[in-house]
Write a protein that binds this ligand. Structure first.
Ligand code: DAH
Length: 346
């Protein structure tokens, strides 16, 4: 039979335990133990019927008082714990304003892009606009219209990627863009043009330190009346000095390209040794930077111009090669290997 004494001792114990509780979980367990459906106080209240009639009223009154007192103490404790836990999470999640900020990674321009932009700027100052021709070409424009007929041995100069569609290839050089630019800007051979044509070229070659299967070229084309070899030499020399340094010497060597006549190769004084001879220039003192020449009459005609009235010069240069020369890069494969240790140096 429950007694008043027992009830008081349960109360004292419950109150003492409650005062030591600091977590929500422990508080819940405490509530289950004393005030829940089968809690000790709840059961005591329910057992009032078993108490001797003369003590019943006093027991019931006291049990109710205790229940209310513990209930109020519980609510108070609950609120205190809630506040404490909130303060704790705030403290843990506090922003430490003395910590250095996280650096936001910024991208950089690929070394070839940097060189290309330098090239664009120099030619833009000389009145050349950028014309973007296609990477996927037809055999006719890549070769035949450039005065390289089918089966002509000159085609061996360019190892070609063919597609499964007959006659459709990846351009082996930017020169086919010359013909497209002449048709697009020349207005049936009546307007002069000055363009550079940058872009990727593709060659079916063994990849090595010196050659890749893809690389950029920047083609140049000027068509007008009375354009002469001296214009070509002066313009290219001006470009080379702006690109490599105002004091650099430039030289032209006779060469052969099917789409120019005469054809030349352009050398600039070695940027590393100043012309004395070093491994970079293979002890010649000169670095080759471009091919060039006067546009072949057949090519002018294929572009819609009458070669008896119009003339022009063209050139083709390799920006990766120029980057290699400018920075002393030992291997062309670095350019497309996507190795950040290389790329981040620029
Ligand atoms: N297309 C040539 C090549 O890829 C480069 C070239 C040489 C372009 C002479 C020209 C030029 O326009 O006149 O080897």
């Amino acid at each position: 039979m429950p007694s008043l004494e027992q009830l008081e001792s349960t109360y004292t114990q419950a109150a003492a335990e409650l005062s030591k509780i600091t977590s929500g979980d422990a508080l819940e367990a405490w509530e289950r133990r004393y005030l829940g459906k089968k809690g000790e106080i709840t059961l005591a209240l329910r057992s009032v019927g078993q108490i001797a009639p003369e003590e019943r009223a006093a027991f019931g009154k006291r049990a109710n008082e205790i229940k209310n007192a513990l209930g109020a103490a519980y609510s108070e404790r609950e609120e205190a714990i809630r506040q404490h836990e909130l303060a704790q999470t705030l403290e843990e999640g506090e922003i430490d304003v003395t910590l250095p900020g996280r650096t936001i990674p910024t991208g950089g321009l690929h070394p070839t892009t940097q060189t290309l932009r330098k090239i664009y700027n120099i030619w833009a100052e000389m009145g050349f606009q950028v014309y973007r021709s296609r990477d996927v070409e037809d055999d006719e424009t890549n070769f035949t219209l450039l005065n390289i007929p089918p089966h002509h041995p000159a085609r061996d100069m360019w190892d070609t990627f063919h597609t499964t569609t007959p006659g459709v290839i990846l351009r082996t050089h930017t020169s086919p863009g010359q013909v497209r630019a002449m048709h697009e800007y020349g207005e049936n051979g009546t307007q002069p043009i000055r363009v550079i044509l940058p872009g990727m070229c593709y060659r079916y070659e063994q990849i090595s330190a010196r050659s890749e299967i893809q690389f950029n070229q920047v083609e140049g084309l000027a068509v007008g009346r009375n354009i002469r070899l001296t214009d070509l030499k002066g313009t290219i020399s001006a470009f080379a000095r702006r690109m490599f340094g105002p004091d650099k010497r430039v030289r032209f060597r006779g060469s052969y390209f099917p789409f120019t006549e005469p054809s030349m190769e352009v050398d600039v004084e070695c940027v590393l040794c100043g012309g004395h001879g070093c491994p970079m220039c293979k002890y010649t003192g000169w670095l080759e930077i471009a091919g060039c020449g006067m546009v072949h009459p057949v090519v002018l005609e294929n572009g819609g111009y009458d070669p008896r009235e119009w003339s022009g010069f063209a050139f083709g240069m390799g920006p990766e090669r120029m980057t290699i020369l400018l920075h002393g890069i030992p291997d062309i494969r670095y350019f497309w290997a996507n190795d950040l240790r290389f790329l981040e140096q620029f």
